[in-house]
Design a binder for this molecule. Sequence first.
Ligand SMILES: *Cc1c(COP(=O)(O)O)cnc(C)c1O
Length: 485
Amino acid sequence: MLPNHSVPAERRRSWAEPYRIKMVELLKMTTPAERRVALEAAGYNTFLLRSDDVYIDLLTDSGTSAMSDAQWAGMMRGDEAYAGSRNFYGLESAVQARYGYRYVVPTHQGRGAEHLISRILISPGDVVPGNMYFTTTRLHQELAGATFVDVIIDQAHDPESLYPFKGNIDLDKFRELIDRVGAKKIPYISVAATVNMAGGQPISMENIRQVSQLARQHGIRVILDATRAIENAWFIKQREAGFADRSIASILLEMCSYTDGCTMSGKKDLLVNIGGFLALNDWEVFEEARNLVVVYEGLHTYGGLSGRDMEAMAIGIEEALNEDHIRARIGQVEYLGQQLIQAGIPIVLPVGGHAIYLDARSFLPHVPQDEFPAQSLAAELYLEAGIRAMERGVISAGRNLQTGQHNYPKLELVRLTIPRRVYTQAHMDVTAESVINLYERREAIGGLKMIYEPKYLRFFQARFEPVAVGTSREKRGEYADPQEA
Ligand SMILES: *Cc1c(COP(=O)(O)O)cnc(C)c1O
């Protein structure tokens, strides 16, 4: 008998992709001179670059996944009936089977679901706790009249803490909040898995269970932000005692079972370019959502999506739960992270599910925070190699509405976000090499000054100009007091 050389999937160390490439999208390779022109035209803001001028686009993992041949074939089965599209019923069954909720309302993307649930559950003056904020989630809670309170554990704010579940909720903070404002003022707790703004960090099953128990004792609902819950399930399987032999699908179902509903951006875990849903267990809340979705998104059997979009998302649910897929997805992020760690590049640890975060504060200690080190580093990375990343620092944190001063966040980060099934291992190598090159010449990288500042969400459209390197050096040093952002 021939020896069996096949290695069981669970013992394989490589994260190699469980797919092959059938169609490619050609990229433009640019020269440094061309990139200089493009960056100046974009005011040193990577959001203002044209996609055509970008080689490796790590701006976001949202809506940037590559769909499979099965998903594209599903697009051809789109039933574009105004009412009762068969693709809606397929999506509904997939959500019920895989996430375990009873009722499903499709929405055009995650924020559509956030809008509906915030309007339904929140009364003005309410308080909504959560494990660190997400921009759109918090904004919808605030627009509905609530105040957001961060109850994530302290380790989440420390880029060097190796705690395995930095997305966990601090039960004492949650309990203290209930005691302080009263359970009646807390319509629900918002639980994100994974936590995007903390670096794609997971929450443990034990923590979800305990949060749910405490919330239910007080009649408080638990609403899951399930955008990257499948990636979270992978971390539970890897890191939490008792889950190594469980399937990702069963872990996901158990996570959802401790919650009363979820908002979902299908643009992340579910491998589609557009789509989302709100899922619920409570008939009355569902009734309200079904009424409201007609006003803001579309009829309750399409919610702002075409039939083909719903079909692609239903297929995406199955593909996202495939263990080889998730191993490769997170394996690729980890691969890039390990290359940077080995080269001594300061990044947020441990490596999260969807992105690597460069610690711009340690990377460019000579650039003061009001010369925007993360913005500058993102611009330099584009100049270096045509790689587009995103600033997550003082520019993203905006200004204090009362004092007009910048909010100075503790973390000055550049996010390298990895789209799913899009880039190869060689692209990751180029990215690591480019970051390492930058690190080697970091002393020569100066700060920026803002020459145009929009009123809202300034990071999208602000424009900058380089500050002469000598100037930065003289102002070396002091960061303002760390504070929340
Ligand atoms: C992207 C995202 C959302 C919002 O979803 P959209 O589809 O962009 O509207 C909500 N929560 C988290 C954690 C996200 O990453």
